[in-house]
Design a binder for this molecule. Structure first.
Ligand SMILES: *Cc1c(COP(=O)(O)O)cnc(C)c1O
Length: 433
């Protein structure tokens, strides 16, 4: 098994750091060889050895209507035949901006970029330019891409400034990022008290997905809205993961809270490299060439990427029932897995929002970074590999969310629950649970 993947991984490691172009793919936290893929259709992935898997990663989100979704393939092929890029305006960019504006609340204007990272970096620059203030607040365990300002962890002791979480990020950058606890309004209030008139923005994953799936507790998002209003700070929802997923209008629609700026990625590009940031007219008008805040991109709004994104978003926009069906599928899987774990006496907390879901192997309620960390990582690692052997492709980390797709059939979900049942038995035997 994985014979060709192993050979490719060995070759890759000679020329690519760790053999991968993004670290989450390297299987570092579960061990073993990352699977190299050949093709995919709907929810079935085929690896380079010809083995098939049911997909719960969906390229980390974009494949919400399944792989090789016909309208996207067709749109990309048609666009490619005309030119892969002009570096000049095209009609599809206008259509895309109009469509997003129609689908989500509060986005008067939007600018396309090439990744979620770029969208978040740009959003905080805009917030700083708009408010004339330097500091931002982010939450421990939230991820906003690999921009320097976000690779910051809580410093030691309450109310201290952030510290770089990666070498190469300077202390100078770290001092402008303050770190609060997710679902803890009190920790945010304290930062505002300590740094009055210095805070330009709060950036938050409105549903956390990068420490496993953690929903916002009641009052958390409205509380952030109020704190931003009271302190003249910009509220940024990082909807790179939740945008067009937890509802047609993202978390803003699902929770009825409108941010000032929103960032997108993942689904918006349908699997091509796209990010976007948008929001209130007054704030977006500081962006160049209208305003003084510089932001640019040679390939931004690329015609292939826009065609792909437009086709996928149109599919979601035209049939809102797709979200109900997705929710049903996810509830079905949730219930099946919950029963399986309970039957074998494995303590689990399963968090779910829409079609995002995570299994934490813990007795605790999981509502922030610390409680997420109580998950039994050893159990996850073993469970992951048992599932992989049985042809179920889960995210290769205990701290990632499953992403379900509309292309999952009832049979696939049943097969997954059956595989989980068998996997739990094997893991229990193997690690003497
Ligand atoms: C994936 C992700 C990003 C980064 O997007 P990239 O396209 O990988 O740069 C930012 N924020 C959130 C919430 C994400 O899930």
């Amino acid at each position: 098994m994985l014979e060709t993947s192993k050979k490719l991984f060995d070759r890759a490691k000679q020329f690519i750091p760790g053999g991968v172009n993004s670290p989450a793919r390297a299987f570092s936290s579960v061990g073993g060889t990352p699977v190299f893929f050949e093709k995919a259709e709907g929810s079935i992935l085929t690896d380079v050895d010809g083995k098939e898997y049911i997909d719960y990663v969906g390229s980390w989100g974009p494949m919400i209507l399944g792989h090789s979704y016909e309208p996207v393939l067709k749109a990309v092929q048609e666009a490619a035949a005309k030119s892969t890029s002009f570096g000049a305006p095209t009609e599809i960019e206008v259509k895309m901006a109009e469509l997003v504006q129609k689908m989500v609340p509060g986005v008067d204007k939007i600018r396309m970029v090439n990744s979620g990272t770029e969208a978040c970096m740009s959003a905080i620059r805009v917030a700083r330019g708009y408010t004339g203030k330097d500091k931002i607040i982010k939450f421990e365990g939230n991820y906003h891409g690999h921009g320097d300002s976000f690779l910051i962890k809580a410093g030691s002791g309450a109310l201290t400034l952030g510290a770089p979480s990666s070498p190469g990020v300077t202390e100078g950058t770290a001092k402008d990022t303050l770190v609060a606890d997710y679902n803890n309004l009190h920790s945010v209030k304290e930062l505002f008290n300590e740094h009055q008139d210095e805070i330009a923005a709060i950036i938050v994953e409105p549903v956390a997905g990068n420490m496993g799936c953690i929903p916002p507790q009641k009052g958390f998002l409205p509380g952030l809205r109020e704190l931003c209003d009271a302190n003249d700070a910009v509220l940024i929802f990082d909807e790179v993961m939740t945008g067009f997923r937890v509802a047609k209008g993202g978390a803003q629609e699902r929770y009825g809270v409108t941010a000032d700026l929103v960032t997108y990625g993942k689904i918006i590009g349908a699997g091509l490299p796209v990010g976007a940031f948008g929001g209130k007219q007054e704030i977006m008008d500081v962006v160049s060439p209208v305003g003084p805040v510089y932001q640019a991109g040679t390939l931004s709004g690329n015609p292939l990427a826009m065609a792909a994104g437009y086709a996928l978003l149109s599919g979601l926009q035209e049939d809102p029932l797709k979200y109900d069906k997705l929710e049903e599928k996810t509830t079905y899987l949730f219930t099946g897995l919950k029963e399986a774990f309970t039957d074998y006496g494995i303590p689990t907390t399963i968090n779910r929002v829409g079609s995002m879901m995570s299994v934490f192997f813990t007795e605790e309620e999981v509502f922030d970074f610390n409680t997420a960390n109580t998950t039994d990582k050893e159990f996850f690692k073993n469970f992951f590999h048992e599932m992989l052997d049985r042809g179920i492709y889960l995210p290769p980390s205990a701290f990632e969310s499953f992403f379900l797709a509309n292309s999952l059939t009832d049979e696939m979900l049943d097969q997954t629950i059956e595989a989980a049942d068998q996997s739990i038995q094997s893991v229990k035997k193997r690690i003497n649970y």
